[in-house]
Design a protein around this ligand. Structure first.
Ligand SMILES: Cc1cc2nc3c(=O)[nH]c(=O)nc-3n(C[C@H](O)[C@H](O)[C@H](O)COP(=O)(O)OP(=O)(O)OC[C@H]3O[C@@H](n4cnc5c(N)ncnc54)[C@H](O)[C@@H]3O)c2cc1C
Length: 414
């Protein structure tokens, strides 16, 4: 065990909470600060999937050809809101650059290195917080409404297989065994048996938070307003309610981390891919298996409190107003896959994925510092990678070798 430290974790999303619990299990005294109650930021509304198969970056070869459609089709899987184009340009240039075949290869390898540990790294945290019941090993079923979309996705599934992920071609009968509620129109599917679903992502965060508090840690509902610099890194975190001296600091503020990382000396090209959900409290059907609409990139996930339709991406900054038309669009599209799905009393939601242009998170120290650590930028995979990130953060603070090459996740890689 490393020397016990006082560690402040900024952000009580899944990444901050997993980091806090891992640090506490190492014997450190932890204080988590968030302006919201635990897990109520982006970690609240995701599709709830532990996607160990998600080894491909979001920007893939051919992305440039798709940009005009992203700008003009408000119902596309990835849209760019015109008004934010200029502000987004530096991120977009890097996003397109990450789609070069050589880059895609190395990004996939770096994602696979984390995803390999995604489930196992949750086990000790789930055991500590009594959360084992929340992880349901259902696999996930990619479904395609058109042969063209299915054919187009084949190279991606092949890439996943090359990286050791089991991806099973399934015919119409097998698909219906996996999910009897599937529309008879759906003929094409690929099953990914290693994925899991989380019965309720908010409950997971809440149980992690309760465990941190039970272990003697503090969770403070305060808004960070400044980080006071000192001669040797930060002196204190300043919030709307007070001032907290810093010994060790972890920045896990999701999509809002950029400003604070810069304040601490790390310039990172973090932006947000906003995503939407439509929560169906009375869906009218019981689903067995999470479904992923392969062409439009959204999930239909059975949860303990209903069915959640969640996904798609919108590039439009942190302060643009939500466009809930995108939530409602998920309802219409999902009914083409599960015709009996009822949309009564549906709740709309938008959240901010913390997205790096190369689809890789930032996990590591602020360059040159041994006191400040960054853990954000998990994009579409923050729930999946929460626990392995927490483990890496604890290893960093302990000065332990994690057995994972951290170079691809460095803050100064750009
Ligand atoms: C529609 C959608 C579907 C998704 N589906 C999946 C999925 O199926 N599987 C998966 O792995 N991932 C999924 N994701 C991604 C995943 O939800 C995110 O990557 C993850 O939640 C990020 O966690 P985080 O802890 O980094 O950020 P957050 O959960 O956003 O936590 C950051 C916290 O920082 C706090 N904060 C920010 N600024 C301040 C401040 N100044 N003072 C105090 N506190 C502050 C915020 O309040 C927030 O609670 C999805 C995302 C979306 C939007």
């Amino acid at each position: 065990m490393s020397q016990p430290r006082d560690v402040i974790v900024l952000g009580a999303g899944i990444v901050g909470l997993c980091s806090a619990l891992s640090l506490q299990r190492d014997g450190h005294r932890v204080t988590v600060i968030d302006r919201l109650p635990p897990g109520e930021g982006t970690s609240y509304g995701n599709a709830g999937l532990i996607q160990i198969d998600a080894v491909l970056p979001i920007a893939m070869p051919g992305i440039l050809r798709k940009v005009p459609r992203m700008l003009t089709d408000p119902e596309g899987p990835l849209v760019i809101r015109w008004r934010y184009l200029v502000r987004l340009a530096p991120w977009l240039i890097r996003f397109v650059a990450a789609a070069r075949p050589g880059q895609v290869e190395s990004i996939s390898i770096a994602l696979a290195a984390l995803l390999e540990h995604a489930h196992a790294s949750y086990r000790p945290l789930l055991a500590a917080c009594g959360g084992e019941d929340l992880f349901v090993p259902t696999g996930e079923l990619f479904v395609y409404r058109q042969r063209a979309a299915y054919e187009a996705a084949k190279p991606d599934h092949e890439r996943r297989r090359r990286l050791g992920i089991a991806m099973e071609e399934v015919g119409p009968a097998e698909m219906r065994q996996l999910e009897p509620a599937l529309s008879p129109d759906i003929e094409f599917g690929v099953f990914s048996p290693g994925c899991l679903r989380v019965a309720n992502p908010l409950t997971l965060s809440q149980r992690l938070a309760e465990t941190v508090v039970r272990g003697g840690g503090s969770i403070l509902q305060e808004t960070v307003t400044d980080i006071e610099p000192g001669a040797d890194g930060p002196n204190a975190v300043v919030t709307d309610k007070g001032r907290h001296d810093v010994d060790r600091l972890v920045v896990a503020m999701g999509a809002f981390s950029k400003r604070w990382a810069a304040r601490l000396g790390a310039r990172v090209p973090l932006d947000t891919e906003r995503g939407y959900h439509l929560m169906l409290p009375r869906p009218g059907v019981e689903l067995r298996t999470p479904l992923l609409e392969g062409g439009h990139r959204f999930g239909i996930t059975p949860m303990s409190h209903g069915v959640r339709l969640a996904g798609t991406a919108e590039l439009a900054s942190l302060d643009a107003p939500p466009n809930y038309r995108r939530s409602r669009m998920l309802g219409r599209m999902a009914q083409k896959i599960v015709p009996d799905l009822r949309l009564d009393d549906a709740e709309e939601w938008m959240g901010f994925r913390p997205s790096m242009p190369d689809s890789l998170p930032v996990i590591g120290p602020v360059p040159g510092s041994d006191r400040v650590f960054l853990a954000f930028g998990h994009g579409h995979l923050g729930l999946t990678l929460g626990a392995i990130t927490g483990q890496l953060v604890a290893d960093l603070i302990a000065g332990r070798d994690s057995g994972i090459d951290r170079t691809p996740y460095r803050a100064d890689r750009f």
